[in-house]
Every structure is written in C-alpha cells, then in structure tokens.
Ligand binder design. Structure first.
Ligand code: G3P
Length: 340
C-alpha cells in the first residue's frame, strides 16, 4: 500500500506519517495481545487498551504520529471478546484521529456510526459477484445487471462488478444496487493502479466487497477502508472461516460473508457441505457485534440454499457461478429468491 498520500486527501485517517511503535506501548506487542487468551492476559489487554488510548488523547493536537491500526485493532478485538462492556474503541479512536488531524477534518465512518443510529440490517440480501466471468463482463455485465433489475422480489439484489464495468453497469441498470469487488484505502494522489473509493462512489458504487478469498488483504487494509468510506457506503468483508469472521466483525463492517475457499465455484452449497461453518459464524459474529449482517457463500445456487442460509442465521448470500454460469440467469435469480 502506498505510504505517502497527497496532502489534498480529504480522509485524515490516510494522512498518517508514522505510528506508535510496539515498544512505546509498554513493550506489549499486538502479537502477544492476539495470543492472550487467558483471563489474566485479557485484563492486561483492557488496561493496555485504556493506557494507549489515554496516552493518545492526552497528546492531542501535538501528536505528530498516529497509532498503528493493527495494534489498536488487536487491542480492540481482545477487549471486544473478553470485556465487551469496555468496547468504545471506534469512538475513542475517532476522537484521537480528529485531534491528530486538527480542525476541519471530515468525521470518519466509524465515528459517524457511533453517533448516529444505523439502519437495521434486516432485509434479505443476495449479492451476485460478477468476478471476471466472461458472461458477466463488458456488455454481458450490462445485460446481466438489467436482468437483475427486472427480477420481481422483496429481497435486495446487489451486483458486485468489475471496476472496469462499474459506470456502464450503473448506466444500464440505474435502479440496481451496484458494488465494487474490491477497494483500496487510498486518497487522491500518486497511487498508481489502486482502487480509489471516492472515484468508485462518484461512478455509482454504493458498496464494496473486501478481502474476498480471491483478493485477500490485511486486516489493517480493511480497517482503513472502513474508516475512509462515508456512512451509507456498504462494506462486506469476506472471511474464510469463523476466526477470520470474528476478527473482521470487530471492525464493524456492514456485512461479514463467510465463504470456505474450497467450496467456491463448486456444485455443493456451503449450506449443505458445511452448515456448521455458517451457523458457527452467525453465532460468533453475533457475539462480537449485533450490528454486523451475516452472509454466507460458496456453491449457493438455489432457493433452497438461500432459505437454508437464512435458517442457519444469515440474512443472505454472496454467490457468483450460480448466476453467472447459469443458462438462464433470470430464471436462476428468480429461483434464488423464490423461497423467501
Ligand atoms: O463471491 C462469491 C463467490 O466467492 C462464491 O462463488 O461461484 O461458489 O457462488 P460461487
């Protein structure tokens, strides 16, 4: 990820020039925090968390460096799991960031969400990932988007499209929700080849996938993206298993989608092949946050698969080949939503 961001970057989280080193937080590293599973260690994490944040706030505007997101995330995760009553991490982190950046900063997404009531994530959602399937790129992507737009259903249908097709798809199906498949937490400036969120939003994207099994990123990448994108722009973080889902849920994206990589693109739905990972993820994510919507994916193809996903505790699915490789994508989409 580029280290230097243009000064005109409107997202102060990305203007960080340095980080609090591990040694500066009493020698306790994020690695040790993440491996702190005993109650004793958990208490240490809580006090460390308070110490770090208090130190940051005390320094206020004089602070020239920002905290290391990975360290703070590790602390937050430990606190979330072991002491949920001490979980004001996003608001406190936001406060420190605003102090660091000075007056006139744009409130980051985490801060905004702490202050405003969030929309309840209760609608069933079916996200169709176009990937780079030949049947879902270029003109075919536009056609598939039009087909999705014409499906008569109460469920939310979302198309996650290639960035190269974003504008054309939005124009072709203006009523359809269109997401990106990936974004990078970069601002305006010298970031060759990176996926710039503001441009995506200008081009009509209303959300994005991140950390898909086919495009993995660091947890810091996800955290910084969440802080950069505005309220209302939806982020679905993908996870390969329950542990990763919990880690991502601690960042409070709009959705966490669990997709066992080995089942992706296959003929057997995760809801049949491994229902435990779906119900387990639903329970684990719910322990971490009540705000995060839970999705599952991999091999999902039928209305029965979607109904089973809901029964297992999700609010919808993320799928690709069940639609993109279907002989009749319209019929496939109608089938997917038929049992809701
Ligand atoms: O993003 C959805 C995807 O990874 C699942 O793919 O083809 O198994 O539905 P598929």
């Amino acid at each position: 990820m580029p280290s230097a961001i243009d000064d005109s970057n409107p997202h102060p989280r990305l203007s960080r020039k340095g980080s609090i080193t591990k040694s500066s937080i009493d020698g306790i590293t994020s690695h040790s925090i993440l491996s702190a599973k005993s109650a004793t260690c958990a208490v240490s994490c809580v006090s460390l968390y308070s110490h770090v944040i208090d130190m940051m706030l005390a320094k206020g505007r004089e602070m020239t460096s920002a905290p290391n997101t990975a360290d703070l995330f590790a602390i937050s995760l430990a606190v979330t799991i072991t002491a949920p009553e001490k979980r004001p991490f996003p608001a406190r982190l936001t406060q420190s960031m605003v102090l660091e950046a000075g007056a006139g900063t744009q409130a980051c997404r985490h801060g905004q969400r702490e202050l405003s009531a969030r929309r309840a994530v209760s609608d069933c959602i079916v996200v169709v990932n176009f990937k780079t399937y030949q049947t879902a790129h270029g003109a075919s992507a536009e056609e598939l988007a039009r087909v999705m737009s014409g499906i008569d259903t109460e469920a939310r249908l979302v198309a996650a499209v290639s960035a190269l097709d974003l504008s054309a798809v939005v124009t072709a199906a203006p009523d359809l929700e269109v997401w990106c498949q990936h974004l990078d937490p970069v601002g305006f400036g010298s970031n060759t080849g990176w996926m710039h969120p503001e441009t995506a939003i200008e081009r009509g994207a209303s959300g994005t996938l991140i950390n898909h099994a086919e495009h993995k990123v660091s947890i810091e990448h996800v955290a910084m993206l969440l802080d950069q994108v505005p309220e209302g722009f939806e982020v679905c973080a993908c996870a390969a298993d329950i542990d990763e889902a919990m880690a991502l849920a601690a960042l409070v994206p709009n959705y966490v989608a669990v997709e066992p990589p080995e089942l992706i693109g296959g003929d057997v739905s995760v809801t049949s092949a491994d229902p435990g990972i779906v119900s387990g993820t639903a329970a684990a994510v719910r322990e971490v946050s009540e705000e995060v919507g839970i999705l599952c994916g991999a091999g999902v193809k039928t209305g029965a698969d979607v109904a089973k996903a809901i029964e297992l505790g999700t609010i919808g699915v993320l799928l690709a080949s069940g639609v993109t490789k279907a002989a009749d994508p319209g019929a496939a989409l109608s089938g997917l939503t038929s049992e809701l």
